[in-house]
Design a binder for this molecule. Structure first.
Ligand code: ZN
Ligand code: ZN
Length: 409
């Protein structure tokens, strides 16, 4: 029987110590500790020592893709996560519905709100844009949650060598898209036309006029940022010979799964937030091991507690998460290799991602079990994996389950 890999990623779970302890080290986590005890442990620089990973670049590395080679901005990944079938050569953006006011063209107007008063039901506006805006290239425009959305331009000669139109500050004028080099000239022209046409459609749209009457802000501008050209990226199955499943409720991580042509599974109740249904996700992961060779199970909430600077909340959530991991320990580790790790640290003191290395534990029948018996930032150093890079983790795992190819004779 072919051996399977389950990689559990607890987003941003590691911390820097506060009075000598972290949320992870001080939480009561019998199941994570049993995983550490049963396996080989180490610490890991997801990208490289001292490099602060994004969740997107971190996940790419953990999946065996060098982010320096394959990462091309957040726009394409968000667009894939929003369900757009992106293709090599597409230019993708993250967008916000914003509110602008003033006289003249959109580029003379001032941004009053970058979230259009947290507009949430944008379906009608998105449809109006898709029907009424006409460009020299095709575009695909999808709403996201709240004021967010994804936008993809498709055609010959497009480039991401251009500037954002989102000024990222209230009270500033909408920015004209400018080429950063000659190859971006055509794309900048197309985007400026898109900006003008969408403003015209949105500003007089009945839905917005209705909002105005109610004293709400109009969603009358689309603000673009995070341009990226979709790269040629080999599908996971092609690169590693394993069928990939990604279980996540987070658009960005779902986007990574789609990017690598894996199956993205979002069970009912998986929200990508603190209220996610942990049990449903664990269930989905165990089920996916029957149909896929590599299953990535992602939990987002600890990262959010880190960004919020909430030590106690993070600790409590880790304990809650741990209580659902028991069933994973019941897997047969002759046929399944289990990895427990994180994509980066999000210390409550920094409230941002940091480059502090993350603990990693690997359980499999043939691993050289070490003396680490506690899953934490402090204990992992003593383990047999020592200090590794994220990009090496998949190779190490493939070797353990005898799916690695020999280098040399
Ligand atoms: Zn992350
Ligand atoms: Zn984060």
């Amino acid at each position: 029987m072919t051996k399977k890999i389950l990689m559990v990623i607890i987003d941003g779970v590691p911390d820097r110590p506060v009075n000598g302890v972290t949320p992870l080290s001080s939480a009561h986590t019998p199941n994570m500790d049993r995983i550490a005890e049963a396996g080989i442990n180490g610490i890991m620089d997801t990208i490289a020592p001292g490099i602060r990973p994004g969740s997107d670049t971190g996940h790419l590395a953990l999946l065996g893709y060098d982010p320096y080679e394959y990462y091309s901005g957040r726009g394409p990944i968000e667009a894939a996560g929003a369900g757009i079938e992106i293709q090599p050569g597409d230019v993708a953006f993250r967008i916000n519905f914003g509110t602008v006011d003033g006289e003249g063209s959109i580029f003379d107007k001032t941004v009053k709100d970058r979230r259009a008063g947290r507009i949430s039901d944008t379906d009608e506006l998105v449809n109006a844009i898709n029907e009424n805006v006409h460009l020299d290239v095709d575009f695909i425009f999808r709403r996201g949650s709240g004021h967010r959305g994804a936008l993809v331009f498709r055609g010959e000669g497009l480039s991401d060598k251009i500037t954002d139109t989102d000024p990222k500050e209230i009270g500033k004028k909408v920015k004209k898209c400018k080429p950063l080099s000659e190859e971006g000239r055509l794309t900048a022209e197309i985007i400026n036309s898109f900006m003008e046409q969408t403003h015209e459609v949105l500003d007089k749209h009945p839905y917005n006029l209705e909002r105005e009457k109610k004293g709400l802000l109009k969603g009358n501008a689309i603000l673009l940022r995070g341009a990226g050209v979709v790269p040629h990226i080999p599908p996971f199955e092609e690169k590693f010979g394993m069928k990939l499943a990604v279980i996540s409720g987070t658009t960005l991580i779902k986007g990574i799964g789609k990017f690598l042509k894996g199956d993205v599974i979002t069970p009912e109740g998986a929200t990508g937030g603190k209220d996610t249904d942990i049990n449903a996700k664990v269930d989905a992961a165990i089920k996916a091991l029957k149909t896929h060779d590599f299953v990535l199970l992602h939990f987002k909430a600890p990262d959010e507690f880190g960004h919020d600077g909430d030590f106690e909340g993070k600790k409590k959530y880790i304990e809650k998460l741990d209580s659902f991991l028991e069933r994973i320990l019941n897997l047969n580790f002759s046929d399944n290799l289990l990895i427990l790790t994180a994509d980066h640290s999000t210390p409550v003191t920094a409230q941002e991602h940091t480059a502090d290395p993350v603990p990693v534990a690997v359980v499999y029948k043939d691993v050289r079990v070490d003396s680490v018996n506690n899953f934490s930032e402090f204990e992992a150093y003593r383990g047999g994996l020592c200090r590794i890079r994220g990009i090496d983790l998949l190779n190490i795992s493939l070797d353990l389950i005898d799916r690695a190819k020999k280098f040399g004779a």
